[in-house]
Design a protein around this ligand. Structure first.
Ligand SMILES: Cc1cc2nc3c(=O)[nH]c(=O)nc-3n(C[C@H](O)[C@H](O)[C@H](O)COP(=O)(O)OP(=O)(O)OC[C@H]3O[C@@H](n4cnc5c(N)ncnc54)[C@H](O)[C@@H]3O)c2cc1C
Length: 375
């Protein structure tokens, strides 16, 4: 079934899921709709390659995806902007600069939002997300940053601390402190905590890399000045970087047509015969509020790979009855944490140990991922 006029499809946020959507997009989709990608930046940064960038193995341009070029190759319009609010009833979104845009189908993939206590206007105190702010600071001031505190010893904090401890500023080898509120590293394996044995092995590797680990040290938000109380002592830092969990963003969504036509499980309500005229909204990645999916790049990629066919089927299906399309969470997921010249592997709830082989596998996966945007 062809719609009488083309649908206006807005893709808000260039997260992992939308990048997959755009990759799987076909030229024939233009017969059905006009697509616009809305993004605050002309580049998307691939977090998987952040350790390699911090280690100086790759340049910033090599961990970024050029959105203008990607969109042009697919015939998608790119608009620089940031979503502020949306109205499903009136089928429009409003951007931060006040511009309003209408839609028939809306996709949201804007990633996790930094909680307010982890946002700071103090120079040299910031959250790792958005990655672009951290990288901007790092590009300009890395040479003067010698003593660093990383707050949060989850997967991201561990990788960043391990990488930075291997690098030097103009003053010499960097001093890196990794601070964790809990009694152990914040690594979870499909909801299970890492065993004591592997806790010790990873802590041993951090120690070998020269990272100062502070467990049981609760920090409740970013300070106004780059100073922290660690035990009895107050320490000054050149950089305090929070790698604490993000949360789903709170957009100003009108309440008229709640709930939105996609539930938190990425379960899409397939349209009825007449529903082609109704607006539909899809949400993917870390911005989903209640989700059985682990919050990870892997989940967002998997969701994105399904999004285009879900959307296409919803537009072209002739089925008069409402159907539900279930996308099962991908479990188990492979996580490879870079730690110096080796990587620690996690497969679902199993630890795969620390090995150079895992680092080679990670480099191969990361390289293949970045290459997929050249086509
Ligand atoms: C150091 C580090 C390493 C990581 N390594 C891994 C890994 O190896 N494997 C893994 O699976 N996960 C990893 N993660 C987690 C992973 O990065 C996130 O889970 C993943 O990026 C979430 O993807 P997403 O599609 O939800 O959105 P994101 O990739 O976060 O992208 C969201 C995009 O939306 C844009 N945006 C934000 N607000 C708005 C707005 N209002 N309007 C328009 N656009 C907006 C942002 O600029 C951004 O480009 C890592 C995270 C970090 C910090």
């Amino acid at each position: 079934m062809k719609p009488s006029s083309k649908r206006r499809v807005l893709l808000v946020g260039a997260g992992h899921a939308h990048l997959e959507f755009i990759k799987s997009w076909r030229a024939s989709d233009h017969e059905l709709a006009e697509f616009t990608l809305i993004t605050p930046h002309a580049h998307a940064i691939y977090s998987g390659l952040l350790p390699a960038y911090l280690l100086g193995e790759v340049r910033r341009s090599e961990i970024q995806i050029d959105l203008q070029s990607l969109a042009e190759r697919r015939g998608i319009r790119l608009q620089l902007g940031r979503l502020r609010s949306l109205s499903i009833e009136h089928r429009h979104i409003v951007l931060a600069d006040g511009e309003s845009m209408e839609f028939d189908d809306l996709f949201i993939n804007t990633g996790g939002h930094t909680p307010t206590n982890w946002q700071s206007t103090a120079p040299r105190c910031l959250h790792v997300k958005p990655l672009s702010s951290f990288l901007d600071l790092w590009e300009q001031e890395a040479n003067t940053i010698q003593r660093i505190a990383i707050i949060g010893a989850g997967a991201a904090g561990i990788e960043i601390a391990a990488s930075l401890s291997q690098t030097a500023s103009a003053k010499g080898k960097r001093e890196v402190h990794l601070i964790e509120g809990g009694a152990a590293l914040g690594l979870q394996l499909s909801g299970y905590w890492l065993s004591r044995y592997w806790q010790r092995r990873i802590q041993g590797q951090l120690n070998k890399l020269g990272v100062h680990l502070h467990l049981n040290t609760q920090i409740i938000g970013l300070p106004r000045h780059p100073e922290l109380a660690l035990g009895e002592t107050r320490m000054k830092f050149d950089l305090i970087l929070a790698a604490t969990p993000t949360e789903p963003p709170q957009f100003n969504i009108d309440q008229v047509e709640q709930p939105m036509p996609v539930d938190s499980r990425l379960q899409v309500n397939m349209p009825t015969k007449t529903a082609n005229t109704k607006p539909r909204v899809w949400i993917a990645g870390d911005c989903i509020s209640k989700s059985p999916w682990p919050r990870s790049g892997v989940s967002a990629v998997r969701q994105g790979q399904a999004l285009r066919s879900l959307w296409h089927e919803s537009i072209t299906t002739r089925n008069a009855t409402e159907r539900k399309f279930h996308l099962k969470p991908q479990r188990p997921q492979l996580k490879l944490l870079r730690m110096g010249d080796a990587a620690f592997g996690i497969w679902g709830k199993y630890s795969l140990g620390m090995s150079r082989l895992w680092l080679r596998l990670k480099s191969w996966i990361d390289g293949r991922y970045m290459q997929s945007f050249q086509r």
